[in-house]
Design a protein around this ligand. Structure first.
Ligand SMILES: Cc1cc2nc3c(=O)[nH]c(=O)nc-3n(C[C@H](O)[C@H](O)[C@H](O)COP(=O)(O)OP(=O)(O)OC[C@H]3O[C@@H](n4cnc5c(N)ncnc54)[C@H](O)[C@@H]3O)c2cc1C
Ligand SMILES: *[C@@H]1O[C@H](CO)[C@@H](O)[C@H](O)[C@H]1NC(C)=O
Ligand SMILES: *[C@@H]1O[C@H](CO)[C@@H](O)[C@H](O)[C@H]1NC(C)=O
Ligand SMILES: *[C@@H]1O[C@H](CO)[C@@H](O)[C@H](O)[C@H]1NC(C)=O
Ligand SMILES: *[C@@H]1O[C@H](CO)[C@@H](O)[C@H](O)[C@H]1NC(C)=O
Length: 600
C-alpha cells in the first residue's frame, strides 16, 4: 500500500492496517482429485469422507435456529422424486407444481426462493417444471444446503461451518447474478433475504467529512423497496441503484460497482457508499468505512462480489430527487426492412453517445432483441424539462429524417421526480431464462476515433445470434475527479460512454458440446468483436463473460494488484469464491463445473 488510494478518502493518510489480528484459520488439506494431468485440492462435497456427519449438521441447525434446510430445486414439486446428493426425496405436489410452473418467469417469485438462480443456465436446468412427473430431477448446479439466515449470528455460524469443514460457500441475495455466482454445485448457501431493515438519516455522522442525508439498508433490501420509501420523504429522496428495480442494493450490486440512471451525477452505487457492516472469513463482524478497515471498505466498493466479506448492512448517500423527462424511440422491421438503412440508423444513434452523456442523459437501449430492431426505452433527462430533453435528442431525429429513416417516438414526457419516471417508463424484466451473458464498455475515445468499427462489431454480434443491451452513461461526468479513486472499480469506467451487455441464448440442458460452443462464441466472436473495436473500454464484473480473457486487467485495470493484496489479507484461504474475482487465479470448477478446487 503506497497510501495513494486511501489518502484521497478523508484527506488523511490512511495506511492499510497490516497488523489486524487474525484468529488462526484452520486450512484443511482438501479432497485430492485429478483431472487430466493436473492435481487439485477440492472443497468437501456429499459423499466425501470429510463431508460433515448428521450430528454436525444438526448442531449447525441448532446454532442457526432451525433455519438450515436441504435444498430442493424449485421445479422438484413437478417430479415424483428429487434424486438429491443427500438421498432421494419424494417431491411431487400438484398445487406446488402448478405454482412454480405459472411463476417460473416471475422475477420476484424466483428471488424469494431459497437458492434459485434467475439465469437458469448456471443451475444446469436439470429440474425444470414439467408435466411428466416420472422425468428425472437432479441437483444440477444447485446448492446442497441452505441457511435462511435471520440474524448476524446465523451468518457467522454459516461462514465458520463452511470454513472449518472446507465446504463450498455461496452467499445468495436475490439470485440475479448473470455469471452464476449465486449458485454452485453441492454448496452451502447463506441466504440474506431476511435482512430487510431500511433506516434514513438526514445528517449522517459517520467516519468521514460527509454530513448529508443517507440510508442504511440490510443485506436483503431490493431497489424498489428503498426507492419507494425514499420517495415518500419530504423532500423526496433518491439513491443510486441499477435500472432493474428488483436487484439488491447491498449485495452483488455494490461489490461489482452498481451503475444506473443516476450514474452521470453520482458515479457508481459504490461511489456513494459511506459504511459497511461485514463479516469476514474469520467469522468476525467488522465495520468498514473510510477510517476503520479502510482497505476493506475500498475493496467492497466495486472490487468484486463475494470476494472480501459478507455484507450485513450498507449505508449510502441519498440525494434530493429532481423533475425529470423521458423519451422513447423504436426502429424495427415495421419501419424498414432495408438492412443498410437500419444500420445507418444505428450508426447515427450511437454516434451521439458522447453527446448524450455530456448532456447528462442516461440512455437504455436494446439492439437486435427481435432481429433487426433498435429499442431505446428510454432516454432519461434527470433535472431536465421535456423541452430540454427534446432539444438534446433533436440532432438525432434531424439526422434520421435527413436519411429518410422512419421511426416511432412520442413527445418527451415530464415527471415531478425521477422516481415517477422510473415507475412509468422502465420496462420490467423476466426470470427463468437460460443464456450466457457477456459484455464490454466503449470509451469516449473509441467513439471519437473508431466509430465505424464499433458499428461493424455490433453487426458481428447480431450476426452471431446474440443481441445487445446498452446503457449510455459516464461514471466520471458529475463525480468530482478527486473522488474517482475512492472506489475499486476499473479507473477506465470514468471515460466510458456506453456499457454493453451481450446475450448468447443457450439451453441450460443443452449437450456439453453445445454449451462449449456457446461459451466459445461469447468469448471469441461476440465479445471479441467489441473488445477489438473499443480498446479504451473495459469490462464490468457484474455483467460480463465469466471467462473474460485477462479478467484482472479487464475488470479492474490498475487497481488489481491492490485488490489482490486485500483479498490475501482478509480471505487468505479462499473461504469465499466467485469466478474471476481477485485472488481466484488457482481456483477452478473441475469435473464439468461441479467441484471447486485449488490447482496444485
Ligand atoms: C435484469 C437485470 C438487470 C440488471 N441491471 C443492472 C444495472 O442496471 N446496473 C448494474 O450495475 N447491474 C445490473 N444488473 C447486474 C447486477 O448488478 C448483478 O446481477 C448483481 O450481482 C446482483 O446482485 P444481488 O445481490 O441482487 O444478486 P445475487 O445473485 O444474489 O448475488 C450476486 C453476487 O453477489 C454476492 N453477494 C450477494 N449478497 C452478498 C452479500 N451480502 N455479501 C457478499 N456477497 C454477496 C453473491 O454471492 C454473488 O456472487 C442487472 C441484472 C439483471 C438480472
Ligand atoms: C433444521 O431444523 C428445523 C426445525 O427443527 C427442521 O425443520 C429442519 O428440517 C432441520 N434441517 C435439517 C437439514 O435437518
Ligand atoms: C449438466 O448438464 C450437462 C448437459 O448439458 C450434463 O452432461 C451434465 O451431466 C450435467 N451436470 C450436472 C451436475 O447436472
Ligand atoms: C455539514 O458540513 C458542512 C461543510 O462541511 C457545514 O458547513 C455544515 O454546517 C455541516 N452541517 C451540519 C448539520 O453539521
Ligand atoms: C437500402 O437503403 C440504401 C441506403 O439508403 C439504399 O442505397 C438502397 O438502395 C436500399 N435498398 C433497397 C433494396 O431499397
Amino acid at each position: 500500500m503506497k497510501g495513494g488510494v486511501f489518502s484521497l478518502l478523508c484527506g488523511t493518510l490512511l495506511l492499510a492496517q497490516d497488523a489486524i489480528a487474525h484468529p488462526p484459520v484452520p486450512s484443511p488439506r482438501g479432497v485430492l482429485r485429478r483431472d487430466g494431468s493436473a492435481s487439485y485440492a477440492c472443497k468437501c462435497y456429499p459423499g466425501d469422507d470429510c463431508w460433515p456427519d448428521n450430528a454436525q449438521f444438526q448442531k449447525l441447525n441448532t446454532t442457526v435456529g432451525g433455519n438450515l434446510h436441504v435444498n430442493i430445486p424449485p421445479g422438484a414439486p413437478c417430479y415424483n422424486t428429487f434424486q438429491g446428493p443427500l438421498g432421494d426425496v419424494n417431491t411431487y405436489n400438484e398445487a406446488e407444481c402448478q405454482k412454480v410452473t405459472t411463476n417460473w418467469n416471475d422475477e420476484q417469485f424466483q428471488i424469494e426462493l431459497p437458492a434459485a438462480g434467475l439465469w437458469t443456465y448456471f443451475t444446469n436446468d436439470t429440474c425444470r417444471p414439467t408435466t411428466n412427473p416420472t422425468d428425472t430431477c437432479t441437483l444440477g448446479y444447485y446448492p446442497a444446503l441452505v441457511i435462511m439466515a435471520k440474524t448476524v449470528d446465523h451468518i457467522q455460524a454459516g461462514i465458520n461451518f463452511a470454513r472449518d469443514n472446507n465446504l463450498r460457500l455461496i452467499i445468495r441475495n436475490t439470485g440475479h447474478d448473470f455469471l452464476g455466482r449465486s449458485v454452485g454445485w453441492g454448496s452451502l448457501v447463506i441466504n440474506t433475504h431476511s435482512f430487510q431493515d431500511i433506516k434514513f438519516s438526514n445528517s449522517w455522522r459517520g467516519a468521514c467529512d460527509y454530513n448529508g442525508s443517507a440510508v442504511t439498508v440490510g443485506a436483503g433490501v431490493q431497489a424498489f423497496q428503498v426507492l419507494k420509501q425514499a420517495n415518500a420523504m419530504t423532500p423526496p429522496k433518491i439513491m443510486v441503484t441499477g435500472e432493474c428495480a428488483t436487484v439488491g442494493v447491498a449485495g452483488g450490486l455494490v461489490q461489482g460497482g452498481g451503475h444506473g440512471p443516476l450514474t452521470n451525477f453520482y458515479g457508481f452505487l459504490a461511489d456513494t457508499a459511506l459504511e459497511f457492516k461485514v463479516i469476514t472469513a474469520d467469522g468476525v463482524l467488522k465495520t468498514a468505512n473510510a477510517k476503520t478497515n479502510a482497505d476493506l471498505f475500498w475493496a467492497l466498493r466495486g472490487g468484486g462480489p463475494a470476494a472480501f466479506a459478507v455484507i450485513v448492512e450498507a449505508t449510502y448517500k441519498t440525494f434530493d430527487d429532481k423533475p425529470s423527462a423521458g423519451l422513447n424511440l423504436d426502429i424495427d422491421l415495421t419501419h424498414t426492412t432495408n438492412a443498410t438503412l437500419f444500420w445507418e440508423a444505428v450508426r447515427v444513434f450511437h454516434g451521439y453517445s458522447t453527446h448524450f452523456v455530456d448532456n447528462g442523459l442516461y440512455v437504455y437501449y436494446e439492439l437486435g432483441t427481435t432481429g433487426q430492431n433498435l429499442h431505446v426505452h428510454p432516454f432519461v433527462g434527470i433535472g431536465k424539462t421535456p423541452a430540454e430533453l427534446q432539444a438534446v435528442v433533436q440532432p438525432l431525429f434531424d439526422d434520421l429524417d435527413r436519411l429518410g429513416i422512419r421511426y416511432t417516438t412520442a413527445a418527451a414526457a415530464g415527471f415531478d421526480t425521477f422516481y415517477d419516471l422510473y415507475q412509468a417508463m422502465f420496462e420490467t424484466e423476466g426470470a427463468g431464462n437460460s443464456a450466457l451473458t457477456g459484455g464490454w464498455t466503449i470509451g469516449r475515445r473509441d467513439v471519437e476515433e473508431n466509430h465505424p468499427a464499433i458499428i461493424e462489431a455490433f453487426q458481428t454480434v447480431l450476426g452471431a445470434g446474440s443481441f445487445v443491451i446498452g446503457h449510455m452513461w459516464s461514471a466520471g461526468h458529475g463525480l468530482p475527479k478527486k473522488q474517482w479513486a475512492s472506489s475499486a472499480v476499473n479507473p477506465r469506467f470514468r471515460n466510458v460512454v456506453d456499457k454493453l451487455i451481450t446475450i448468447v441464448p443457450v439451453a441450460g440442458n443443452a449437450p456439453l458440446s453445445d454449451k462449449a460452443a456457446a461459451q466459445d462464441k461469447l468469448t471469441n466472436v461476440v465479445d471479441a468483436a467489441l473488445r477489438d473495436a473499443a480498446p479504451n473500454g473495459c469490462a464490468y464484473i457484474n455483467e460480463a463473460d465469466p471467462y473474460e480473457p485477462n479478467w484482472q486487467e479487464a475488470f479492474w485495470g490498475t487497481n488489481y494488484p491492490e485488490l489482490l493484496k486485500i483479498r490475501k489479507k482478509y480471505d487468505p484461504n479462499g473461504v469465499f469464491y466467485a469466478v474471476s474475482t481477485p485472488g481466484t487465479e488457482k481456483w477452478e470448477q473441475i469435473e464439468t463445473g461441479t467441484r471447486l478446487c485449488l490447482k496444485l
